[in-house]
Design a protein. Structure first.
Length: 346
């Protein structure tokens, strides 16, 4: 990631020692409040454990391979960083054509359902995606099938349809291109939806913009598939067709996930507050009252791993990592359990 540069005024003054570099941003980052529930180093260890368990599941591997030697990887990581910091990522997903029009319609509180339905119906592919997602366990509100876009808007409401649209826009971008990507893309999509719903639920507790938090909750999953594809492209060019190993993929994902998320938000022209939400999760400020996205990522990751019967964060440690009351945490977990159980039955 690029550093911050400053001019040193005066040629005859003694330069102060450079401050130590900021810790590398990970997927889960502890803000370390003044009166932490557990020591900061203990929090960080738990965060790293949850992150490792998530990568083991996404990459379908064990901890030993995940921690393997990064042989011949420096050049690949340097090239990946260069592309990310200079906005030269070839695999960066471009803004879907209908997104600006949809965002304007969805942000207009005075707009009517018919206008929104007409915009969606103007894109047959998006229409199919919206109906599929609206009828998925993540959004279905009852036993009846939603058969039309107008019905979806009516049943789900504006906030609900905003989230369905966000998921429908991103879903094709998360579709596997080949058999090697299939399992990773499928699991990343499920993880992204779970974290997005968790962030949405938590935003409701705080009276925040639930739709915005749902959207940014999907971006880390989209950044993962973007980084994986870019890394594959780089390794094929540098190694004459070689594929990146899991240790290299894990390092790239852990190191650059937030940079890639910010790039996607910029490429899509998302509002400034979306960037602020991403930054608050990447670099949480000590003693900040709430970390909605960060808490959503932690709870969503733990629940998707629990449902997949994977190595996981001990249940008694979850409360140490989120800025929620036990009652709030329980409500979010219960909602996610219901969604994931229904997904398995479907």
């Amino acid at each position: 990631m690029p550093g911050f540069f400053s001019w040193i005024a005066g040629f005859f003054t003694t330069a102060k020692p450079s401050p130590p570099p900021a810790p590398e941003a990970r997927l889960f980052n502890s803000a370390s409040p003044s009166e932490p529930k557990t020591p900061a180093d203990g929090n960080q260890s738990l965060m790293l454990l949850l992150e490792e368990n998530l990568f083991c599941w996404l990459l379908d591997t064990g901890p030993a391979r995940l921690r393997g030697e990064l042989s011949h990887s420096d050049r690949a990581l340097q090239e990946l960083e260069h592309r990310l910091t200079n906005n030269k990522v070839e695999e960066l997903p471009r803004q879907p054509m209908t997104l600006p029009m949809l965002m304007r319609a969805l942000s207009d509180d005075s707009g009517d359902r018919q206008k929104l339905s007409q915009i969606i119906l103007g894109d047959p592919s998006l229409t199919d995606q919206i109906l599929q997602i609206a009828n998925s366990p993540y959004f279905r509100t009852g036993d009846h099938t939603i058969e039309s876009v107008d019905q979806a808007v009516f049943i789900l409401g504006i906030d609900g349809i905003r989230n369905v649209v966000a998921a429908a826009v991103m879903r094709p971008l998360m579709t596997a291109r080949n058999s090697r990507e299939a399992q990773f893309a499928k699991r990343a999509w499920r993880w992204g939806l779970t974290c997005a719903r968790a962030s949405e639920f938590i935003a409701k507790f705080h009276g925040e913009d639930t739709s915005a938090y749902f959207t940014v909750g999907l971006l880390p999953a989209l950044s993962y598939i973007t980084i994986l594809r870019e890394l594959q492209r780089i390794c094929r060019a540098q190694r004459g067709g070689g594929e990146p190993d899991v240790a290299l993929i894990r390092t790239a994902l852990a190191r650059y996930q937030w940079v890639a998320s910010q790039l996607i938000a910029s490429e899509w022209g998302l509002p400034p507050k979306y960037h602020a939400y991403l930054m608050s999760a990447e670099r949480p400020v000590p003693d900040q009252e709430q970390t909605t996205l960060a808490d959503g990522m932690v709870i969503g990751s733990r629940e998707v791993l629990r449902h997949a019967n994977q190595r996981n964060l001990p249940e008694e440690d979850l409360d140490k990592l989120v800025r929620l009351t036990p009652e709030q945490t329980g409500r979010v977990r219960a909602a996610l359990k219901a969604v994931l159980s229904e997904t398995a039955r479907g």
